[in-house]
Design a protein around this ligand. Structure first.
Ligand code: ADP
Ligand code: MG
Length: 478
């Protein structure tokens, strides 16, 4: 029997977080009152003219450079024609002939640790449409044009993905990248990142791609993975029955986990693409490219590598601490202030991040120098690690500006390491338990544990156990 493999290519729409729209000064307005960010340009009044947005272009260049994509130093806008109520111009401004960049790749890492390079076909700039809303009135559909003209980048991959898990990993990696670059919030629930998933199957080893279907507007990583699984199985089942199918546009229903036909896919000819006469070509100089390259932050995979190789964190810790740029910046910032790397990593992963519970790193109410003091209490063995986590951390959350040392003092958890204090405790323990001490000296070694217990109790649990042990040993052997 023929073994089939799944082949997937993605078209990802990324909403830029620019201040204003792609071709006019209307502010971006997620969640605003409907139709409040709609100038005459957004509404396509006659006589209005679009103007390119430098921030749109620069953010596109940032993503292009971080994917090693080749920038088209001359790129240009085209019109893609279609009529729909959410698009008053009856065309979309996009880039067809000369996109902002071509080629490049994004490396993804799979659960088993293996890596895969996913090639980028090209990326182009375009504008988003408005929204039609069908569920707030029984009789009419509503149109909100706030989103019309929002700057998008569309990234198109080569058909290099071969499973739902790879698709999920790709979207996650891209999401992390755009957040690091600060060009988009990448939130799929808000529609800031949306995917069209092209799926086909072909016999394993075959170089000829099978007929594909395109699942439109998938709005979560989980749904993208589910759509790939469902659709590839549907196609394999047809082929195994000896049936063929046509290229089709599909909708994925998360409820049922199934795909269903939307419309026959238009060919490029149907859109009557032509150069937008209102917008001259965009020219990008080498010095502009160099400037943007200079300003690129360390990329997520570079940050992770640094954590592993220079800071010597393990794979798990590096993955978590590099997941978000603000978390990584916080980590490196505290390292510069001489925090112990491993202790800091542990504290962030086990206490700080769970405490923030998804909120931004910057919302932490404890100052950096207080965190540093907290860590040095552990590092200098003033407080044992487990007591620091179980007692001192909760106290610090309640009193974020109190010096941790004072808190530890008032909780009575500062470890006593002072030889003088501990010798005195041991002396008392031996004189109060002279019978047991004598037994020990005569060879009943089991009594040692009992005497340690007495000493710890006398210090209210705050004596450092290793110091107590040594002092007791010395005293009994004298
Ligand atoms: P269209 O012009 O119909 O949009 P493109 O050639 O631009 O098609 O490809 C769009 C996307 O579909 C790309 O991400 C590409 O990798 C993917 N793709 C093309 N052919 C296949 C196929 N046979 N199987 C899976 N994905 C494919
Ligand atoms: Mg396409």
């Amino acid at each position: 029997m023929v073994q089939y493999q799944t082949v997937v290519g993605l078209e990802v729409h990324i909403q830029m977080n620019t201040y204003s729209k792609a071709f006019c000064g209307d502010a971006l307005s997620f969640g605003a009152e409907p139709n409040t960010h709609v100038s005459t340009i957004s509404l396509a009044h006659p006589g209005t003219l679009p103007k390119p947005n430098k921030e749109h272009i620069n953010k596109g260049l940032k993503l292009a450079l971080s994917l090693n994509s080749e920038v088209n130093k001359v790129n240009a806008f085209d019109r893609k024609h279609y009529y729909y109520a959410d698009s008053p111009k009856a065309y979309q401004i996009t880039q067809d002939r000369l996109p902002i960049c071509v080629g490049g790749a994004l490396e993804i890492e799979l659960a088993d640790g293996s890596k895969k390079n996913v090639r980028i076909h090209h990326m182009h700039m375009e504008e988003d449409a408005g929204k039609t809303i069908h569920d707030i009135d029984t009789q009419y559909s509503m149109v909100d044009l706030n989103r019309a003209g929002t700057p998008l980048l569309e990234l198109v991959t080569e058909p290099d993905l071969n499973s739902g898990d790879e698709v999920l990993a790709f979207i996650a990696q891209l999401q992390q990248l755009v957040r690091y670059l600060g060009i988009s919030d990448g939130d799929m629930e808000k529609g800031s990142l949306r995917c069209d998933v092209n799926i086909s199957v072909n016999p394993v080893g075959s170089k000829i791609l099978g007929e594909r279907c395109e699942v439109k507007n998938v709005n979560s990583k989980k749904n993208a993975k589910a759509a790939v699984l469902y659709e590839s199985q549907r196609q394999i089942a047809l082929l195994e029955k000896g049936l063929t199918f046509n290229k089709q546009t599909l909708h994925f229903d998360p409820e049922s986990g199934r795909t269903s036909p939307m419309r026959d896919k238009e060919d490029a000819d149907d859109y009557r693409y032509f150069p937008d006469p209102d917008l001259p070509p965009i020219r990008i100089s080498q010095s502009e490219i160099d400037e943007i390259q200079e300003l690129l932050p360390a990329l997520p995979w570079e940050v992770k590598k640094k954590m592993k190789e220079q800071v010597k964190l393990n794979e798990y810790d590096s993955t978590i601490l590099s997941s978000d740029k603000k978390i990584a910046d916080y980590f490196f910032n505290l390292l510069e202030q001489k925090a112990n790397p491993k202790l800091l990593a542990n504290l962030m992963i086990n206490k700080i991040l769970p405490h923030l519970n998804g909120k931004e790193m910057s919302s932490i109410e404890i100052e950096e120098d207080v965190i540093i003091s907290f860590l040095s209490l552990i590092e200098n063995e003033k407080v044992s690690p487990s007591t620091a986590y179980q007692k001192l951390w909760p106290a610090l959350i309640d009193n974020p500006s109190k010096p941790p040392k004072d808190l530890a003092q008032s909780l009575g958890i500062l470890q006593i390491k002072d030889d003088g204090i501990i010798s005195k405790i041991i002396e008392e323990v031996i004189s109060e338990n002279s019978v047991q001490a004598e037994e020990y000296r005569k060879g009943k070694k089991k009594v040692f544990g009992f005497l340690i217990g007495q000493a710890m109790r006398k210090s209210k649990g705050s004596a450092a156990p290793d110091v107590v042990k040594k002092a007791l040993m010395d005293a009994l052997h004298n």
